[in-house]
Design a protein. Structure first.
Length: 104
């Protein structure tokens, strides 16, 4: 899974979020890989929607730009499963690095 796709999924693990809320979450996390640019974020959101990993809900009264309705995105069960599988894959990758000092 691409890192920026994982970032998108991880930004919604605590609940539905707008694109701006996701960016704020990622900026606040100190993500070492950086935060996706806005166009990249929207491409990844579309990719995740197409895969069935997230769903869109429109939010009345919140605009995302001229003529664009506000939207919140939320993880589906399959999206949460995909994010957890990727997190587990990364855990197995970094565990030896984190525990390496204790083994010496």
């Amino acid at each position: 899974m691409r890192v920026d796709v994982f970032q998108v999924l991880a930004a919604m693990v605590n609940g539905a979020a707008t694109a701006n809320e996701m960016l704020a979450t990622l900026r606040g996390s100190g993500e070492p890989g950086g935060v996706p640019a806005v166009p990249t974020l929207y491409r990844r959101l579309k990719e995740c929607i197409d895969r069935g990993w997230i769903e869109v809900e429109e939010v009345e009264g919140v605009a995302q730009g001229p003529g664009r309705p506000g939207q919140r995105y939320r993880l589906t069960r399959s999206g949460l499963k995909a994010a957890r599988m990727e997190a587990e894959r990364w855990r197995r990758f970094v565990d030896p690095l984190l525990g390496g000092e204790e083994r010496r």
